[in-house]
Unconditional design. Structure first.
Length: 258
């Protein structure tokens, strides 16, 4: 299978698309990013995989949606290097942690948008990562973008407060399982899907340079919060996982409208 026949349909700043990108690159699988615009993306996602969300991986004639389903497909189809342990108990632990941190992604996303939604740069942030700008769409969305973000990600005071607690619990879990050692892994002695998922979901809070969310792309509110999290062992762990296991972030994608 050549790289031209394998496409990842994504949003440039999506946590779940970052997770799948990292997964593909860890396995050395060639592919092409195709960036879709939120809203119209549903047409493409539904046509390819019968879902309304991204990412969607098109591997030849096979379309797989959802980052977890894609990860399991990649393990079955491209087993080397494996991100799942052979030992049954460790494998079960990895899959359980993968699901836990996958769910944490929704809370991280809500928290991050709560810090950015009132920024004067919200329009720039929302459309960042597209190789082709869409000025007409940006002008159309500008009056309603903040309202759309609040509604889509449930950015309300009660929801955000609850989500911050979930985030703190996730950071504590990382610290418990690694015993505060930034070089330790969540399960066993090697990098697994659990580590990849946890680091990818927490990365927008920490801002590894190898991620789509480096420091120069954040608002003042995010910058202050990042400094706090980076001083925690869990924050240092996320930075280490990216430094050791993630290639520098590269935007080699095409902007597409379905």
């Amino acid at each position: 299978m050549n790289g031209k026949a394998r496409r990842l349909y994504q949003f440039p700043l999506s946590l779940y698309c970052e997770k799948t990108t990292w997964n593909l690159e860890t396995k050395g699988i060639a592919y092409t990013h195709v960036n879709l615009i939120p809203g119209p993306h549903i047409l493409t996602a539904w046509r390819l995989a019968g879902i309304r969300t991204l990412p969607v991986l098109l591997d030849g004639n096979v379309a797989v949606g959802d980052s977890t389903d894609i990860a399991l497909y990649l393990e079955k189809t491209y087993p080397s290097p494996s991100l799942l342990p052979a030992h049954p108990e460790q494998r079960e632990a990895v899959l359980s942690l993968e699901q836990y941190f996958d769910d944490i992604g929704d809370h991280v996303r809500r928290c991050v948008w709560s810090l950015a939604v009132d920024s004067p740069r919200v329009n720039e942030i929302f459309f960042r990562g597209y190789s082709t700008r869409h000025p007409a769409l940006e002008r159309l969305l500008r009056p309603v973008l903040r309202q759309m973000i609040r509604r889509t990600f449930d950015v309300r005071t009660a929801s955000v407060t609850a989500s911050w607690q979930h985030v703190m619990n996730a950071l504590e879990l990382v610290e418990q399982r690694t015993h505060g050692n930034t070089e330790s892994y969540l399960v066993g002695n090697s990098f697994t899907l659990a580590d990849l998922t946890a680091a990818a979901m927490l990365a927008p809070l920490i801002g590894p340079e190898q991620s789509p969310w480096p420091d120069h792309h954040v608002t003042d509110g995010n910058a202050g919060q990042r400094a706090l999290f980076r001083n925690r062992p869990a924050g240092e762990w996320v930075l280490h996982m990216y430094q050791q296991h993630r290639q520098a972030f590269r935007q080699e994608s095409s902007a597409a409208m379905p």
